[in-house]
Design a protein around this ligand. Structure first.
Ligand code: GSH
Length: 98
């Protein structure tokens, strides 16, 4: 399960678009950046630069402890590698996508 810490901005939408298109199960956790929720210690433990989106993957591919990822580009890359979706394996396709 992916826990997505989210607010409806373009950077937040990048992650929900991926999750919806890939059919990945997820739970949304609102981070009201207008009210300063991004500065709460529990959120900073996940996203130390006080920006959403951020995710916690409770079922990482290595079977280990939950993994947290912040920065939308890093999240998209993590999810692409986890699911095998939307990131071509060939050099040129991969570069074009990145
Ligand atoms: N480079 C980051 C930018 C994320 C970002 O700018 N998030 C904004 C909303 S779109 C935010 O959380 N701002 C709260 C703040 O800076 O205090 C990414 O791509 O994830």
């Amino acid at each position: 399960m992916i826990d997505l810490h989210y607010w409806p901005t373009p950077n937040g939408h990048k992650v929900t678009l991926f999750l919806e298109e890939a059919g990945v199960a997820y739970r949304l956790h609102p981070v009201d950046i207008g009210k300063g929720a991004q500065f709460e210690p529990a959120f900073l433990a996940i996203s130390p630069n006080n920006k959403m989106p951020a995710i916690i993957d409770s079922e990482p591919a290595d079977g280990g402890a939950p993994v947290s990822v912040f920065e939308s580009g890093a999240i998209l890359l993590y999810l692409a590698e986890k699911t095998g979706r939307f990131l071509p394996a060939d050099l040129r396709g991969r570069v074009a996508t990145l």
